[in-house]
Structure formats: structure tokens, C-alpha cells
Design a protein around this ligand. Structure first.
Ligand SMILES: Cc1cc2nc3c(=O)[nH]c(=O)nc-3n(C[C@H](O)[C@H](O)[C@H](O)COP(=O)(O)OP(=O)(O)OC[C@H]3O[C@@H](n4cnc5c(N)ncnc54)[C@H](O)[C@@H]3O)c2cc1C
Length: 473
């Protein structure tokens, strides 16, 4: 076999004797894949089909010690490194071209301590794994809305979902983490151990090391939530959203109402005549006493003339997966995101205008309600910043044929621009697209200076650069 050509982290190429890959394989429990290995092609695929990269080596790690060996190997040879958690991130940083991929997808073990209400979660676990394990005890930690997302990437950027207004961001429930640093050291990060590292990983992404396990505090939410969709014609969207604005402002922490503007998918509860037509779907989740939830949601359900209303008690695990069929892997995706304090009329007008000319049936505008417990944590308490935002929009440019790239990307960019005057200027780091490096500083706001100093302390050579990169100061 000829030499293995790698990309180095300085951008040049280096060729190593294939024997070094065999040597690395001997030091780890997991397996090493090269382009010739069975399973290589499958392992390099990530959620966003726009990303097609070929690492020189893939290390399918099975333990923290495996990760330590891989980090040391990359450092010794100066290799470009990528770390893959769930492989869901839109920017595609979970995979590198020509470098070493540290793949955690075999590390999905979860241990729940029901008495202590904590869970220890390995770095490759998916949201669905964690929900399943915690819900067996009626417990939960706030996570995102698509169950195939990785716990690691979501947590390291902040993490929010249906129950975050009540229990905060995912990071607000992080008790400790095991981190393999660029020096190949295995550190515990918590409020009492390496507290600066603990601050940095709560929002700072994968910049500070490979997190091989997370310990979360859990909440006794029971196993059912009052949840579902209320679907209106796009023609009524302006008045419904004007009502939503007032309703959302008074919502208790137990309630989160998001909305989506898109073409109606062929869902069984929607009349067939509506399939493929533009709709506004309000998605509500009340996590608390079901009877109280009925009362709280009544005005929203009574407003206007919905095409469908499927609000009912649902198992929490089912609700956590309800949007999965619309967010399957393998499609081409280009997303843009903004944060807002309010929803003025002008913003609604722009949303409705662009929803009337969607470039693809899979493309949608997703609007999330934040606030509540998220906003009660000071911005400097964790690396994740901009907790004052009450709403966030994610423009899900999504399609399947490469021939439609420019049409769908163009629509997302145009809408992003049209929404800019209404935004705070901030952005959630986990929703940044590959071409948005200039927005990383905006994502961290005043916390960026401290993050750059901590990057210098924990990763002075910027070994971990396949992320929304914070350069060492
Ligand atoms: C369909 C969809 C729905 C989403 N919904 C939500 C939502 O409701 N709420 C929300 O908060 N976010 C949401 N997100 C964003 C999501 O949080 C990010 O995409 C997140 O980065 C995904 O995590 P991952 O582990 O799957 O990412 P990956 O793509 O594997 O990794 C993302 C980044 O984190 C790094 N990384 C991954 N694992 C580790 C690790 N163990 N240690 C160190 N670095 C690591 C990677 O190197 C990369 O830079 C959604 C994304 C998608 C695509």
C-alpha cells in the first residue's frame, strides 16, 4: 500500500507510512478505517448532503482513552482533526477533507441515576437515545426538536427545545463533562473542577477539546405533554401571527409555541385538498398539569378558522420526534438564522411574503419561542450569550437536487437580508452555516474575548478548528 496522504492543520499535505495507522489501531479499542475499509463510505456521511468530504483516516472510538490516543496521534503528526458527535450540524464541521476524523458514533451509552435525577451520557449519543433513557423514569433534560441530532454538538452550542422556557438551555442543566484537551489530557470540567473550561464548553462548541461524556441534571416532567399543531391557511397568517405575538408575550414558562411556514406535507390529519399548499402551522407544547394547559392554550385554539387542530396529550418521547419526518438526513440544506426581541408587523409581512414563494416543497421558515428560564441566566454565566432574545428564526433552505442549489440558497439569503432590520444582530452558534465565519464573533458577543483567551490556554495551536472557530488570542 502506498503512503497515506493527510491534510495537516496548517493546510499543507503530509504523507505517512500506512504502518502508522496500524500502530494507532493497536492502541485503541475501537477501529480505524481508511478509504478502502468496509464501512468507510457509510461512516463519512453526515446529515447535510451538501457536505461530501473524505477524511484520510476515521477513528471509530469506543472510550475516552481511545480519544486520548487519537488526539495525541493528530498532534504528533500535525493532522487536521474533525470530531463527530451526531453529525447533524448544518455547517458540516463534523467531517474533514483529508484529515483524521474522531468519530464518537459508537459511544452512545447512557446511565440514568433516577434517585439522584442525573444522567451520564457518552459523546456520541443522540437526543432520541437520551429521551428514551430518561423518560423510562418520567425524567427529562431540555434538548432540541429533532431526535436524531447529537447530544454533544447541541449541548456544546447551548441547546434549546420544547421545555427550555421552563428548565433553561441544555447547558444550564450540565453538571460536569469529561474533556480530552488538545494536550491529550483527560479533564473533568464542572463548577468545582476546571471551572474556566466548564464555562467555555457551555456554548463554546468543540473549540476546547473532545467531550467524551456529559453529566446532566434531570427534571421530573412525567411522560405526557399537552402538545400538537394548529394549522391555518397562509392567507390568514398575518392576523394569526399578530394574535400569536400577544399570546406568546403572556405565555407561562411551561408553554412554548413555535411556528412553521411551509407547503403542507401530506399528513393524514390535513384535508387532502390542502396538501402542497402554503400553510402556517403553530406547534405548541405545554409541559405541566394537563388541565391547566388546556385553559392556557384555549385562546390560541379558538382564534381564527384553523384547517386542523391536533392539540392533545401526547407521550413526551413522541412529541420530541414529531418533526423528524420533515427533517430527515440526506437532503441538501442551506440555513440562515436571526434572533429577535419582538415580532413587529413588518417582520410578519416579510415572513408571509417569502412563505408565498417557497423555492421547494421541503423549504420552510421555522420560528422558535425562547425566553423564560433561558433568559434568567446572565449572559456572562456561560459562553453561550444573547439570552435576551425572545424569538429565533431558522430559514430552512432544504431541497434534494443539486440543480436547485442556487434557487434555494438565493431564497434563504434574500429572506435573511429582508429580516435583518428586525433582528438583534445576534445568532445561535449552532445554526451558523459554513460560509458564516464572520458571524462567530456576533454569536458570542461580549464573551468572545474571554473565549479567545481560554482557547489560548486549552488549545494554543488551534488543533480543534473544525468548528465555529474561536482563534486563540
Ligand atoms: C434538523 C435539525 C434540527 C435542529 N434542532 C435544534 C434544536 O431544536 N435546538 C438546538 O439547540 N439545536 C438544534 N439544531 C442544531 C444542533 O444543535 C447542531 O446542529 C448541533 O451541532 C448538532 O450536534 P451534533 O453532535 O449532531 O453535531 P456534529 O455535526 O457532530 O458536530 C457539530 C460540531 O460540534 C463538534 N462536536 C461534536 N461532538 C463533539 C464532542 N463530543 N466534543 C467536541 N466537539 C464535538 C463538531 O466537531 C462540530 O464542530 C438542529 C439541527 C438540525 C440539523
Amino acid at each position: 500500500m502506498s503512503g497515506l496522504t493527510f491534510k495537516t492543520f496548517s493546510g499543507s499535505s503530509t504523507t505517512l507510512d500506512p504502518a502508522v495507522a496500524k500502530d494507532l489501531a493497536k492502541t485503541i479499542q475501537g477501529e480505524i478505517l481508511t478509504a478502502e475499509s468496509p464501512g468507510y463510505e457509510k461512516t463519512r456521511v453526515i446529515w447535510n448532503a451538501m457536505i461530501d468530504r473524505k477524511p484520510a483516516l476515521i477513528a471509530r472510538c469506543k472510550s475516552t482513552d481511545d480519544v486520548v490516543q487519537c488526539v495525541k496521534f493528530a498532534k504528533q503528526h500535525g493532522l487536521l482533526v474533525a470530531v463527530r458527535g451526531g453529525g447533524h450540524n448544518i455547517a458540516g464541521n463534523a467531517i474533514c477533507e483529508g484529515g483524521l476524523l474522531i468519530d464518537l458514533s459508537l459511544m452512545r451509552t447512557i446511565q440514568v441515576d433516577a434517585a439522584k435525577q442525573t444522567a451520564r451520557v457518552e459523546g456520541g449519543a443522540l437526543l432520541g437515545d437520551l429521551d428514551q433513557a430518561t423518560q423510562a423514569h418520567g425524567l427529562a433534560v431540555p434538548l432540541g426538536i429533532n431526535s436524531t441530532t447529537g447530544v454533544a454538538g447541541l449541548t456544546l452550542g447551548g441547546g434549546f427545545g420544547w421545555i427550555s422556557r421552563k428548565y433553561g438551555l441544555t447547558i444550564d442543566n450540565l453538571v460536569s463533562a469529561t474533556v480530552v484537551t488538545a494536550a491529550g489530557e483527560k479533564l473533568t470540567a464542572s463548577a468545582s473542577a476546571n471551572s474556566d473550561l466548564f464555562w467555555a464548553i457551555r456554548g463554546g462548541g468543540g473549540n476546547f477539546g473532545v467531550v467524551t461524556s456529559f453529566e446532566f441534571k434531570l427534571h421530573a416532567i412525567g411522560t405526557e405533554v399537552l402538545s400538537g399543531l394548529i394549522v391555518h391557511p397562509l392567507a390568514d397568517a398575518k392576523k394569526v401571527l399578530a394574535f400569536y405575538r400577544e399570546f406568546a408575550a403572556k405565555a407561562p414558562d411551561e408553554l412554548a409555541v413555535w411556528f412553521v411556514l411551509r407547503k403542507a406535507p401530506p399528513l393524514p390529519f390535513l384535508p387532502e385538498s390542502w396538501h402542497g399548499k402554503e400553510i402556517l402551522a403553530l406547534a405548541a407544547c405545554y409541559n405541566g398539569d394537563l388541565k391547566t394547559g388546556e385553559k392556557v392554550l384555549q385562546p390560541l385554539r379558538a382564534f381564527g378558522k384553523p384547517i386542523a387542530d391536533i392539540i392533545a396529550p401526547h407521550p413526551f418521547t413522541a412529541w420530541q420526534q414529531v418533526l423528524d419526518p420533515l427533517l430527515t438526513p440526506g437532503m441538501r440544506n442551506y440555513w440562515k438564522s436571526h434572533e429577535f426581541l419582538q415580532i413587529p408587523d413588518g417582520l410578519i409581512d416579510v415572513l408571509v411574503d417569502f412563505a408565498g414563494r417557497l423555492p421547494d416543497p421541503q423549504t420552510e421558515i421555522a420560528f422558535a419561542q425562547l425566553g423564560g428560564a433561558i433568559a434568567r441566566v446572565p449572559n456572562d454565566a456561560t459562553a453561550h450569550s444573547h439570552r435576551e432574545a425572545n424569538f429565533l428564526v431558522n430559514l430552512h433552505g432544504r431541497w434534494d437536487a443539486a440543480a436547485n442549489d442556487s434557487k434555494c440558497i438565493g431564497w434563504s439569503r434574500d429572506l435573511f437580508k429582508a429580516l435583518s432590520p428586525f433582528s438583534t444582530g445576534a445568532v445561535y452558534v449552532n445554526f451558523l452555516t459554513a460560509d458564516e465565519e464572520e458571524r462567530v464573533k456576533m454569536a458570542y458577543g461580549a464573551n468572545h474575548v474571554k473565549l479567545a483567551a481560554l482557547k489560548k490556554k486549552f488549545d494554543p495551536t488551534n488543533l480543534f478548528r473544525m468548528n465555529m472557530n474561536i482563534r486563540p488570542s
